[in-house]
Structures are given as C-alpha cells and as structure tokens.
Design a protein around this ligand. Structure first.
Ligand SMILES: Nc1nc2c(c(=O)[nH]1)N[C@H]1C(S)=C(S)[C@@H](COP(=O)(O)O)O[C@H]1N2
Ligand SMILES: [Mo]
Length: 335
C-alpha cells in the first residue's frame, strides 16, 4: 500500500530533520553549512510528501478512531514547524507578541516529538522486507532529491527577491551589531539572570593540576590578548566583535591528566571544553575596546570562537581542569 511507504518516508524525514536541526544548533564551525543544507532539504522533502500524505490523512479522518485529535495536532505542529522555518529563512523573523519565528520553529518541533512518538506506537507503519529493494531506494532518493530541489528553489527566490534572508550566515543567523557592541542583543539561554557584579569583590578561581589560585580584575588587566570572533546565537542572530582579555592557556599551566576544562558563571551556568581548546579560548574583559556591559557578562565572559553562543559563558567566576572528557555534559545547557 502506497500510504504505508509514505508514512515510513515521513517518519524517516522527521527523524532526519530533528537530528540535523539539533546538530545545527551544536555546530558553529564551517562544516555546519552542510548540516543546515541537509536540514532544509529534509524539511522541504516533508512538503513534497504532503500530497500523497493528504490522501492518507483524508482516509484516516473518515474513521473516527481514538486519538484523532492527537493526530491532527501532530499534523498542525509539523506544518507550523516547516512554515516558521521558511519564515525565518526568508526574513520574517518576528511573529509578533514577542515571539520570533525561530522560537516558534523550535517550540513547535519540540511539541511534535511526543505526538510523533505516540503516533508511531498507536498507528504503526510496519516496514517489510520488500522495502529493502532497489526500487524503494530509488524512490527514497527521489524524495530527498525533490526536497533538495525545493530547498534550492526557495533559497534562489529569497535571493532573487532580495529578501533579508539572502544575507544570512551559513548557520542561518542574521547579522546584528557587528563592530558595534552596544547594538548587539543581550541573550540568555533559558532562564538565567543578568548579574550585577561588584568589581572590587569579584574574584576568578583558577584550578589546574598544580592547585587553585584566585585572581582579581587587576591581575587580569595585565593581559591584553585580542581575538576577533563571531558570536552566533541559536536564537538566530550573530555579531562579529574584537574581544580583549586573557587566553586560557596563560592562566592554566599544568593540565596533568585532565581531559577537559569547565568554565562556570556566577549563576551556576557552565560549559565543559576539551583541554586542546585552551589556547583558543579567551576570557574577555572588553569588547570593541570598551569594558563589557552587565548584559554581555561584566566583568568577565568567555569567547569561544567557532562555537555557538551558548558556549560563551558570561559572568565567569571559576575555571578548572577536570578528568572527565568534554562530552560528559548535557549537549545543551539546562538553565
Ligand atoms: N551565564 C550565562 N552565560 C551565557 C548565557 C546564559 O544564559 N547564562 N547565554 C548564552 C547564550 S545562549 C548566548 S547567545 C550568549 C549571548 O551573549 P550576549 O548576551 O553577550 O549577546 O551568552 C551565552 N552565555
Ligand atoms: Mo544563544
């Protein structure tokens, strides 16, 4: 039955869209471009299957089964996710009421996950051995290819129409305040609060294999390492700035057997990095030649060039090496 294969294909595409979307949030390096392209192609391949699926849906709706409402909700959320993704890509970034297209995109996708799991359990589309045929492989390739073609056409029209989406970075983010730190948005990951730090009382604790030390702002002022780096928030904006501070490998001498370094905020927000990154991580006290503002992490924030914004810990008070590997942490912060 064609409906069964359509359903299996949709399930596969939902999984690929979710995986590439999550990965795109994690990756700030240049290869992230291909993750974003795959995300767009998989998401638009869902649209390609919209027509065959609508026949399946019409048949399903005629049978008044339990869970009909949940199935409809799933369909609505998937359509909303695709539409808000397209809106963000084209340049319609605010949906009003303080909600951005990107927030709506992520929110509706997360909302669809439990419903999709329920749908698969309640209305299983069982794969058959004959699905592993050359013909199905060709069809699956055809659907993905069509998704990629629609993606190319969509990107092309955004460019041809001169929509704001044409100027996005490879991560999909829009430029905001590069070289003008005062124009750069202040962003929190989830519910963290902007800190009001007393500079005289503030201390940084640095712990490496040879022990712990505390440093004051005067101690840090002796360094003037500079780095030009792009802060790229998963909220959908980026800014390139010149940061000044101290490279982490100047503060941490002896790593011993440690595999990671944990950078922690006064709020408890923390990220763990591989020790090989020490020479690329900068604890910044200034941006664009002026001291950080409270919102941007005064008096000290991490600059993690090549990583998405949630790695750039603000209001840093503690840096320590640790035996655990860098990936011994939730993939995204929980606060
Ligand atoms: N302590 C702390 N640091 C944080 C966050 C947070 O919520 N708490 N948010 C991160 C996120 S998601 C981003 S995009 C950047 C934003 O930095 P900005 O507010 O200086 O633009 O800070 C990062 N550092
Ligand atoms: Mo962010």
């Amino acid at each position: 039955m064609a409906g069964r294969r359509t359903n299996l294909a949709l399930l596969g595409l939902l999984a690929v869209s979710l995986a590439t979307g999550t990965l795109a949030f994690g990756v700030g390096a240049a290869w992230g471009r291909w993750v974003a392209v795959a995300h767009g192609a998989a998401g638009l391949a869902l649209v390609v299957l919209g027509r065959p699926k609508s026949a399946v849906v019409r048949r399903g709706l005629r049978r008044r089964r339990a869970g009909r409402g949940a199935s409809i909700a799933l369909g609505v959320l998937v359509v909303a996710t695709v539409l808000s993704g397209l809106a963000h890509s084209a340049g319609l970034r605010s949906l009003g009421a303080g909600v951005t297209a990107m927030q709506f995109h992520v929110g509706s996708a997360l909302g669809a996950i439990p419903l999709a799991v329920w749908h698969v359990v309640a209305r299983p589309a069982r794969p058959r051995r004959t699905d592993l045929s050359r013909r199905t492989a060709l069809r699956a390739g055809g659907v993905l290819g069509a998704g990629a073609a629609v993606w190319l056409a969509a990107e092309g029209s955004v460019r041809a129409a001169g929509l704001p989406g044409a100027g996005r970075r490879f991560t999909g983010s829009y430029e905001a305040g590069s070289g003008r730190p005062s124009q750069m948005p202040v962003t929190q990951w989830l519910g963290d609060r902007v800190q009001d730090v007393d500079p005289a009382a503030w201390r940084l604790t640095v712990t490496d294999a040879s022990g712990a030390r505390t440093l004051s702002l005067d101690d840090l002022a002796r360094h003037a390492d500079r780095v030009r780096a792009v802060l790229d928030c998963t909220g959908g904006w980026y800014a390139e700035q010149d940061w000044t501070g101290v490279r982490l490998d100047r503060l941490i001498g002896d790593v011993g057997d440690a595999r990671s370094v944990v950078v922690t905020s006064a709020t408890g927000y923390a990220r763990r990095f591989p020790v090989r990154d020490l020479s690329r991580l900068v604890l910044a006290t200034a941006v664009g030649g002026a001291p950080l503002t409270r919102g941007h992490g005064y008096p000290l924030r991490l600059v993690a060039a090549g990583r998405r914004g949630f790695w750039w810990v603000k209001w840093v008070t503690d840096v320590r090496v640790d035996a655990a590997p860098w990936w011994a942490q939730p993939p995204f912060p929980l606060q």
